[in-house]
Design a binder for this molecule. Sequence first.
Ligand code: MN
Length: 367
Amino acid sequence: MQGTGTRLRCDADSHPGLVRDNNEDLYYCDPEGGVFVVIDGVGGHAAGEKAADIACGVIRSRLGRAVCSVEERLREAIALANNEIFRQAGENGAWAGMSCVLTVAVVEGDTLTVGHVGDTRLYRIHDGRIEQLTRDHSFVGELVAGGLIAEREAMRHPRRNEITRDVGSAPHQPEDPCFIDISKHRFPKGCALLLCSDGLTDSVAAEEILSLVNGCPDDPSEVVRELIGAANAAGGADNVTVVYVTSSEACAEEGDAGAAAAASLRNGRGARPRVRRALRRRVACVTYGFLLAFACWSLLLWQSQMWGKPRAASGGEARTLIVNPRNPDAYASVNDALRQARAGDVVEVEPGEYSEKITERQVFVKK
Ligand code: MN
């Protein structure tokens, strides 16, 4: 199932995995319109599938009406989907509590706009690098974002499936804080996008994804097959969905055949079994692993310099941030320290004159 737009090439597939009978994941690809969606339904029995279906239908129809900016359309589409899922869950006991998580990517020229809720992910792959453009709204995702645990620890963390945001479990307005993340990025020619459900990222690390992608240059269908094969080779514990999009000039010549193929890719919850492929080791894995490690080390070094305070450790361990206006090595105000604190950090406030009176030592733990 391969689609070819005038500039965007895309392939996608969804697989139930090796443990579950049903597939609550769903994808939608429109390379002509530059819209790509991955949805992971949440709920018992068929409720997760129902929630994903509702979200997909609402988002497709709302995004198609180009009457305002793409950011506004994304917010409205996701909020409408949210409220429709909530409404239908209230009308049918079998669907009570259903919801979903989703990532929507809209490509216009070389600009990418992303709407995101939950722990589906969007990666941008370019110049031999892979960047996660979405933040997981999950308990474990917050620990990773706070630098408290690494990706590999997150992948085997017992609480990795606890999401902190979803679409459909409570009513929302488009502008609600702590609901939809909207972000804008560059998407130049030669770049690739990967949207996926947690069935991939819980079992295949980013550097391994990069290695597999680099092993199939210019072949989106091979990339999709390899990634789903890797998730299943790692146990196939969850439904796994992959949408892979490349941007190139070469595909402009492929014309009508591509448009016909694109139509077949519009909506899918592929249930057909795939042959499990053995993972092939590649030299690129080592090379990019090294580059990734170097990038992480540079980032940590840069962050430790940015904090500029001697008490800020450069690692991911919980720190103690001291507040004492009379000590030039400590933070001058409670708010300064709290702003710099990450999850798990302790802020210790020494007695002194602040905008509020502090007569005894106070301790805050950033959650
Ligand atoms: Mn999942």
